[in-house]
Structures are given as structure tokens and as C-alpha cells.
Design a binder for this molecule. Structure first.
Ligand code: NDP
Length: 341
């Protein structure tokens, strides 16, 4: 089962743990050191940016963040990343990315940035382990799928619960699944899932959809899509070994509880870009996604670049994140080169 989003539940494999231990960690922050390039986040965007910039001799420092490896580390199998013909486990894939970046001199700091001052150069980043200064900065802090917040969702994430239909839909061939949410994402995910699933039921907490008219029409016209209104998923039944077997629904008006049989649960209640610490400094859209100059990774601040899901509310795929990570490294390299002549 594969899923890109959610909470950390899958431990790294023994093989990955050994590989991780072999990589030299960054051996301490020096107060007066100015790093040429700091990369925030260690998902596909951050690690691809690290690979490219390390190969350009920039010795990037990756601050790994709260979820090292990013959303793919809560994935089991990844089948849609080109180059892995038979698929690969998400955590293992991120270890491969990490080792590849480390091979060319990337340094890693296992810490989290809690505040940033981008008002002057060098940029100053406050981490749990001290302040880090950077001449250029690539922000690839990702976006997190919003989740329901129930224990069974956490337990079954990657085992029948998913927050990404594009990633996981194919695992539910001829199955019956539910999609939770009433926005455009829920309609899009439900419509996409009908390519594989026998039946898709959209469970929405109100009796009116938030989705745009066209997306609503597309979903309601689809004979494989059904709706359950005024309901929230209160509990997910199943075991990791056998997958999801059903959910308990709670009526949002009456509070009545009922059981609903299903093979899978797709959570589609929105995403939250991880940009809170940049509010008021970097330009963002109304949802908090960083704005970049079209066709580039330049933000509104010179020397600050954005890559991956943090600047992408549309595609949100590992491969697109890696692509923009490469762009950010090239943009940063050229920007630094122009500065130093
Ligand atoms: P939205 O915020 O638009 O919708 C989220 C949905 O999830 C709402 O229906 C909301 O219910 C429901 N929800 C939120 N929290 C919970 C919860 N805790 N429990 C149950 N239900 C919950 O997010 P989307 O991701 O759907 O869309 C985000 C943006 O991206 C929108 O601007 C959308 O138009 C755009 N988008 C466009 C697409 C396209 O054009 N192809 C595809 C996908 C997204 P309620 O309605 O009651 O608030």
C-alpha cells in the first residue's frame, strides 16, 4: 500500500537505518559561519536541490526538518516514480536520495527551523540547535495533508488509509472506497478513483459541497460515485495486516452512529503548506503557498528560492517536487555566481 501524506508511522527498514548511520552528520553549527547555500526540508525537492548544488561544489547544508525525508517516509510502496521499474518503499527511496546527495558533499543538520529572518543578508535561521546563517536559501518545506486526527487514521495510514489518490488508487482495483471531503480535491480524487474502483462514496460533513460547479457535476454524473451527506468519519476499522474493513460514521446533525463497509479511505480535506515561519516576509497565495516568479523558483526575496510542494498547490507529486528542486539548485547556483562574479 502506498501513501504520500499523513503522519509518521512506518519505521525505516533495517537496511535504511544502517545506511543512514553511515552518513556523517553535520558536525555542529559555528556561530560566525555563513553557509553559501542552506536547503530547508529533506523531501524529494530538498534532496534533489542538494544533489545538484553539491555537484556544483556549493557544499549545501540541508536542515532536515520535522519529518526527515518528507512525506514519502510515511509511504510504503512507490510505483509512480520513474526509474524504479518495480517500485520501491518510500522510506528506502528517500534514503537513496539522501545517500546520493551526501556522496557529493551535502551536509545534513538534523534539526528544525523555528524562525527565520530574511530581511537582510546573510539570512538568519533559528534552529533547535542554534542559529544558522545563509547567503542563499532554498525552501522546500513541503505541504502537509490535513487529516481527521483520529487514532485509527494514524494507525491505518499506508494500510488502506491514504491522502493521495494519484499515488494509491491503483492499489484499490475493483474495490469499494470512500473519499472524505467536499472540496475540489475530494471531487477530483473520487473521479480519478473510479478508474480503478468498483464504487467510490464521497463522505461529506455537510449537505452541500464546497467544490466548484464543474467538479461537482463531473462527480455527480459519474455512475460509480455515491454520496453520504452530513457525516464525519469517527473511526476506521481494520488491521494493518488485512487492511481497512469499514468506518464508523457520525451524523453531523443528529450525532447518530452507523457503520459503513469499505476497503479504503481517502482523506481529501485539504493541504497546509509549511510556510508559517515565513509569513510577512515571503509572498504567498491566500492558502499560504509560496509564490515564485513563473518558470523559475525565485521568490520575492533575492537569494531565496522555493521548490516542491511548498510552492505547488496543483501537482504535489514526488517527481514534480524533484524537478523543481533541480530548478532551485540551478537558480541558486547562477544567482550566487552572479553575485561573486
Ligand atoms: P478545500 O478547503 O476547498 O475543501 C476541503 C473540504 O474538506 C471541505 O469540503 C471541508 O468541509 C472538508 N473538511 C475540512 N476539514 C474537515 C474535517 N476535519 N473533517 C471533514 N471534512 C473536512 O480544500 P481542497 O483541497 O478541496 O481545495 C483546495 C484548493 O485547491 C481550492 O481552492 C480548490 O478549488 C483547489 N483545487 C482545484 C482543483 C482543480 O481545479 N482541478 C483540484 C483540487 C483543488 P466544509 O465544506 O464543510 O468546509
Amino acid at each position: 500500500m502506498l501513501t504520500r501524506h499523513g503522519c509518521t508511522i512506518n519505521p525505516l527498514t533495517a537496511e535504511c537505518r544502517v545506511a543512514r548511520e553511515k552518513i556523517q552528520p553535520y558536525d555542529g553549527i559555528m556561530a560566525d559561519e555563513v553557509n553559501r547555500l542552506v536547503i530547508l526540508g529533506s523531501g524529494p525537492a530538498g534532496l534533489t536541490a542538494a544533489l545538484y548544488s553539491a555537484r556544483a561544489n556549493l557544499a549545501p547544508l540541508v536542515i532536515e526538518g520535522m519529518e526527515p525525508g518528507g512525506q514519502l517516509t510515511i509511504t510504503t510502496e512507490v510505483e509512480n516514480y520513474p526509474g524504479f521499474e518495480r517500485g520501491i518503499q518510500g522510506p528506502e527511496m528517500m534514503e537513496v536520495f539522501r545517500r546520493q546527495a551526501a556522496r557529493f558533499g551535502t551536509r545534513f543538520l538534523s534539526s528544525q527551523v523555528t524562525a527565520a529572518d530574511l530581511s537582510r543578508a546573510p539570512f538568519e535561521l533559528v534552529t533547535d540547535d542554534g542559529n544558522v546563517r545563509a547567503e542563499a536559501l532554498i525552501i522546500s518545506t513541503g505541504a502537509s495533508a490535513k487529516l481527521l486526527g483520529i487514532d485509527s487514521e494514524k494507525r491505518m495510514m499506508g494500510y488502506g488509509v491514504s491522502a493521495c489518490a494519484t499515488c494509491d488508487g491503483a492499489f484499490f482495483k475493483d474495490k469499494e472506497v470512500i473519499v472524505v471531503g467536499g472540496g475540489d480535491t475530494a471531487m477530483e480524487e473520487a473521479t480519478f478513483l473510479t478508474r480503478f474502483c468498483k464504487k467510490v462514496t464521497i463522505v461529506h460533513r455537510r449537505n452541500q459541497l464546497r467544490a466548484s460547479k464543474i467538479m461537482q457535476e463531473r462527480a455527480t454524473r459519474n455512475p460509480r460515485i455515491a454520496f453520504v451527506w452530513d457525516s464525519i468519519v469517527d473511526e476506521i476499522y481494520g488491521e494493518q495486516k488485512t487492511g481497512v474493513s469499514g468506518v464508523r460514521l457520525k451524523h453531523s446533525v443528529t450525532g447518530a452512529l452507523s457503520d459503513f463497509k469499505t476497503d479504503g479511505v481517502f482523506i481529501a480535506i485539504g493541504h497546509q503548506p509549511n510556510t508559517a515561519i515565513f509569513r510577512g516576509q515571503l509572498e504567498m497565495d491566500e492558502m499560504g503557498y509560496l509564490k515564485v516568479r513563473p518558470g523559475s523558483t525565485y521568490t520575492n526575496i533575492e537569494g531565496v528560492f522555493a521548490a516542491g510542494d511548498v510552492a505547488d498547490r496543483v501537482y504535489r507529486q514526488a517527481v514534480t517536487a524533484a524537478g523543481t528542486g533541480c530548478m532551485a539548485a540551478l537558480d541558486a547556483e547562477r544567482w550566487l555566481e552572479a553575485r561573486h562574479g
